[in-house]
Design a protein around this ligand. Structure first.
Ligand code: HEM
Length: 389
């Protein structure tokens, strides 16, 4: 077992709010073993950014892992050339150029339709009424699964996330995850004849046209769905909450001193929608006095690195004017988020400006109590109750 210093957590408290524990970990030892997670954690920003690139030591390939077993072998679980080949294949679907020239118009059209429905409501939950459908409609467009209902997109995404985290092997969670992956396969089967006849820029289509095998194509679609629904959903609703909670910061945007994009990027640093990325130790090695043993598991804690007080001033405060070049919100290595450009456009250029433009008097509904957040691997607000008009 790793000889890293041991730090014990209360797993329920860590889910409610991981930041106090992460702060102590960063202060006492940048690398530590957490028995409750059965994993060695990297918690400092620069050490994460440096070690994430050492793929010969910290491998993404986890053939025995739950993700591979339940969702197939996707690009997030591959290293080196094999990974790079698939990443290049999907570029025509997620590149800045495609996002700007093709997806942005779709994002605007879908978001306007969702806002049109909200106009009839006086109040509601921004997560359910806005962030969830906006995120799901975007993901339908990008993956090519336009035949899926937005609620089904959210369900299958959550079902796979629960399945990957099901370390205790709860049979109900596993069976639900299998049901979700089967639903995705069924939707893919329905769309295939159409995209074969009329190729487009969707992930399904570009992977097929590039000659990826059926298994590879399906596994990467499932990866995009497991990683591309809850993050934009949580980032949209979380940024809305942050701006309403900090009206001084919202004012900077309304006075055009800052952009909606600044607010989105700062939110993703402050409360990172993906708090960690796992790796497998590929060979025995000593780093910073800690022995890493082959096949043990490590977590790169992006959410902790993004609050590293040696890199960010006042890291626990939401400050949209700060410089964010060091943020790890989308990763810092070869697995840097493939959906980063789409998310920036969807949230910073479309969802936030259209929502605040449509509801200039948007307010938090304090009668419903404080907004609660949950999660440490994936983190976001559970509900953001607002008064719309
Ligand atoms: C706010 C939104 C999002 C955030 C914060 C986010 C964050 C991340 C992070 C932290 C990683 C892992 C990076 C690493 O291990 O180095 C990742 C990987 C990935 N993300 Fe995202 N993501 C977002 C949205 C999306 C969307 C919308 C999609 C799909 C359209 C997507 C597709 C992917 C894929 C395919 C990977 C794996 C890339 C690879 O293996 O090379 N993400 N994302």
């Amino acid at each position: 077992m790793s000889n890293a210093p041991i730090y014990e957590i209360d797993i329920n408290k860590f889910w409610d709010n991981p930041y106090p524990d992460l702060k102590i970990m960063r202060k006492r030892f940048s690398i530590c073993f957490v028995p409750q997670l059965n994993s060695t954690l990297f918690t400092k920003r620069n050490s994460i950014a440096e070690n994430e690139k050492k793929i010969e030591v910290f491998s993404s390939c986890q053939p025995e892992g739950l993700m591979t077993r339940l969702m197939g072998e996707n690009m997030m679980r591959k290293d080196g050339e094999e990974h790079l080949r698939e990443k290049k294949v999907i570029l025509p679907s997620v590149s800045p150029k495609t996002v700007k020239n093709i997806w942005k118009n779709e994002f605007i059209k879908n978001t306007k339709a969702i806002l049109n429905k909200m106009i009839d409501f006086e109040k509601g939950d921004i997560v359910k009424d806005f962030a969830l459908p906006v995120s799901a409609e975007a993901l339908k467009t990008i993956t090519g699964l336009t035949n899926m209902h937005f609620k089904e997109m959210d369900r299958v995404s959550q079902g796979m996330i629960d399945g990957i985290a099901n370390i205790s092997g709860d049979p109900e969670i596993e069976s639900n995850c299998n049901d979700c992956t089967q639903s995705i396969d069924k939707h893919i089967d329905e769309m295939f004849p159409l995209i074969k006849k009329f190729p487009n820029n969707s992930l399904l289509s570009v992977q097929y046209e590039a000659g990826l095998s059926d298994d590879q194509n399906r596994a990467n679609i499932k990866l995009a769905i497991s990683g591309g629904q809850n993050e934009p959903r949580d980032a949209i609703s979380g940024t809305v909450w942050s701006l309403l909670k900090h009206p001084d910061q919202l004012k900077y945007i309304l006075k055009k001193e800052c952009s909606w994009m600044n607010a989105f990027e700062e939110y993703c640093r402050w409360i990172s929608p993906i708090g960690m990325s796992p790796r497998r130790v590929a060979k025995n090695i000593n780093i910073g006095g800690v022995d890493f043993i082959k096949n043990e598991r490590i977590f790169f804690m992006f959410g902790s690195g993004n609050r590293d007080e040696e890199v960010f001033e006042n890291p626990d405060t939401f400050i949209i004017k700060r410089k964010l070049g060091a943020s790890l919100a989308f990763g810092a290595g070869p697995h840097f988020c493939a959906g980063a450009w789409a998310s920036r456009c969807l949230i910073g250029e479309v969802a936030l400006p259209l929502l605040f433009g449509c509801f200039p008097n948007l307010k938090l509904d304090h009668r419903k109590g404080d907004v609660k957040f949950g999660g440490w691997a994936f983190r976001g607000p559970l509900a953001v109750n607002c008064i719309y008009i």
